[in-house]
Design a protein around this ligand. Structure first.
Ligand code: C2E
Ligand code: MG
Ligand code: MG
Ligand code: MG
Length: 290
């Protein structure tokens, strides 16, 4: 097609590019407006110990749109990862999650062991590497003194370029020094997973859902999930399997000694208002079933 297309092909690409750039601009405007009008909200998806209690929840960003309803990050991913809104959004997410977490501590929403829920927040590489990031974290912790830093976990993916690894390393160590936890998210999907695992300080390893999805049918996926869970355990990390949708998934993960699970089989992401009630309900059902 490229050969036959010649100059036309170029023109088509160029139009497509302009359209894409225009879309990007529109998306940025949409997000900017939503941020200004307080329509960027967080949903929470519980993380539970397999066959055990809830341990925490992951904060997932949602945009409340007048016409389209609640939009997930797929609709505005580019804006999260780069450009002028990355920090504004990142800061908003940190602050909002910390405020919710502190509210739950004061309302005595706890794990059955009496610990505060661990709230996990996704941090883009762009925000993590922003010179303002650590100051934002400190300011957020200072604004929410009842929130123990250990109850806040930042999730990072392998999207940071390798040449920035030394910077990422330093920033994560500063986070640990503040008492925060670090999770390696979507583990195995980046280009240098094992290097990240080797170099970066973390307490949690999240197995990406793309490996979990077909693990019951695809021996390759099963082998990968098994190996990742194993290396996580050997390194003394908390291992969380993401995208756990079915009882079959749970069965297989149980067999691998996976400690924690997150996915539709447990709960869909829900509003901050719904999380405390869900936790109570889950614990009641769980202890009744024993
Ligand atoms: P992630 O951090 O890996 O989050 C898990 C995603 O998987 C969420 O999608 C969640 O809704 C979805 N999910 C959970 N359980 C299941 C399941 O059983 N099956 C399937 N098919 N999907 C499941 P969501 O909310 O659309 O977020 C997508 C990604 O956007 C996140 O992936 C994360 O990388 C990013 N993201 C979300 N919130 C934020 C944020 O506040 N800041 C930044 N920088 N990125 C965010
Ligand atoms: Mg995540
Ligand atoms: Mg993930
Ligand atoms: Mg993922």
């Amino acid at each position: 097609a490229a050969k036959a297309g010649g100059r036309d092909q170029y023109r088509v690409h160029s139009v497509e590019f302009e359209e894409a750039a225009h879309q990007g601009l529109k998306v940025r405007e949409m997000v900017r407006a939503a941020l200004g009008e307080n329509r960027m909200t967080l949903y929470y998806q519980p993380i539970v110990r397999i066959d055990g209690p809830v341990v925490g929840a992951e904060a997932l960003l949602r945009l409340r749109h007048d016409d389209y309803g609640l939009l997930a990050p797929g609709a505005f991913a580019g804006v999260l990862d780069s450009g002028p809104l990355a920090r504004a959004l990142g800061r908003h997410v940190l602050e909002t999650a910390a405020a919710h977490a502190e509210r739950w501590i004061m309302a005595e929403v706890r794990t059955p062991e009496g610990l505060p829920l661990r709230i996990s927040v996704n941090v883009s590489a762009a925000y993590l590497l922003d010179p303002g990031f650590l100051g934002d974290v400190r300011a957020t912790l200072a604004r929410h003194p009842r929130l123990m830093p250990a109850a806040l976990e930042i999730e990072i993916t392998e999207s940071a370029p390798l040449r920035d690894l030394a910077d990422v390393h330093q920033i994560l160590h500063a986070c640990l020094a503040l008492g925060l936890r670090v999770a390696l998210d979507d583990f195995g999907t980046g280009s240098a997973s094992l290097t990240y695992l080797q170099k970066l300080p973390a307490q949690t390893l999240k197995i990406d859902q793309s490996f979990v999805r077909d693990m019951a049918h695809d021996p390759k996926d099963y082998a990968i999930v098994s190996a990742v869970a194993h290396v996580g355990h050997l390194l003394g990390l908390d291992v969380v399997a993401e995208g756990v949708e079915t009882d079959r998934h749970l069965e297989f993960l149980r067999g691998l000694g996976c400690v924690c699970v997150q996915g539709y089989a447990i709960a869909r992401p829900m509003s901050a208002d719904d999380l405390p009630g869900w936790c109570r309900m889950y614990e009641k059902r769980r202890t009744a079933a024993r």
